[in-house]
Design a protein around this ligand. Sequence first.
Ligand code: HEC
Length: 118
Amino acid sequence: MMNRSRALLFAGLLLSASVPALAASSEQPDLKRGEQLVKTRCMACHNTTMLKQVRTYPSLYGQKSAYLFKQLTDFKEGRRTSVTMQAIIQGLTEQDFRDAAEYWGSLAPVKLKGEAKE
Ligand code: HEC
């Protein structure tokens, strides 16, 4: 009886130890999904034309994807406030953030010095 419950406990520990590993593997960014999302939902404001015209629009080109992901999560959870961005990401999931962040991070940085409104 004692041995059996020990065995069950051990099996339980093994199982719980393997769960984070499984979760991590499904949290991989999908660049293709990210590209589609960015082109339909983000480029209206974050493209180079808008970056040159609106001085408060930040460039995301070539930014570290981990940084972008954190900003998106912060907007979602209210740690960072922006009326615009918090409205934009309503309904987007963590996986959407991961995919979009990965795509932005994969793009070459753009040079805006001297071209953007200061
Ligand atoms: C209607 C215009 C608009 C759209 C569309 C838009 N954004 Fe933004 N975004 C902004 C503005 C304005 C800011 C600056 C917010 C602030 O004041 O902090 C911003 C900031 C950000 C930041 C923080 C950048 C930094 O340097 O900290 C990220 C990340 C971001 N947007 C991602 C996205 C993603 C991903 C999408 C598409 C799902 C998107 N945005 C669509 C206007 C927009």
